[in-house]
Design a protein around this ligand. Sequence first.
Ligand code: FES
Ligand code: FES
Length: 167
Amino acid sequence: MAIRINGRDVDAPADARISLLDLLREQLHLTGTKVGCNQGACGACTVLIDGERVLSCLTLAAQADGREVTTIEGLGSGEDPHPLQAAFIAHDGFQCGYCTPGQICAAAAMLREIELGVPSYVTVDLARPAPLSREEIRERMSGNLCRCGAHNGIIDAILEVAQGTCA
Ligand code: FES
Ligand code: FES
């Protein structure tokens, strides 16, 4: 089977031990996905598989066999940015930008989780859809670290997109 990456079929790697992160960056040169800790602690390598966020450093490429992977390159481009990309720019949601692709992929999946009614650790009423509060977004984005301290801008950007007010 092939792995579908940003709408393109790619052969699953011959080496069954290669991580999805290494497949993306080293073999396919999709360097938008970043290597931070390479051990599951920072979220810089976050991509989507079938719309759900995964840490690509902890995911074998083989696990994406027959599935659909979306990286930051597949979400938007300079000419046609994803609403989250536009909002991150508008709200100074990045400084060095190293964590940004992972933050944006995580945010895209997180908004879908809220839409689907998936609760978080801080959701008080499990019988109702979680409110789009800063606390909810902060908790749901807690797996993505920003060493530059752009977290407040990131929350503002996500909140704006979640509320559908992004230009
Ligand atoms: S590089 Fe994957 S979590 Fe840090
Ligand atoms: S913008 Fe520098 S690590 Fe987040």
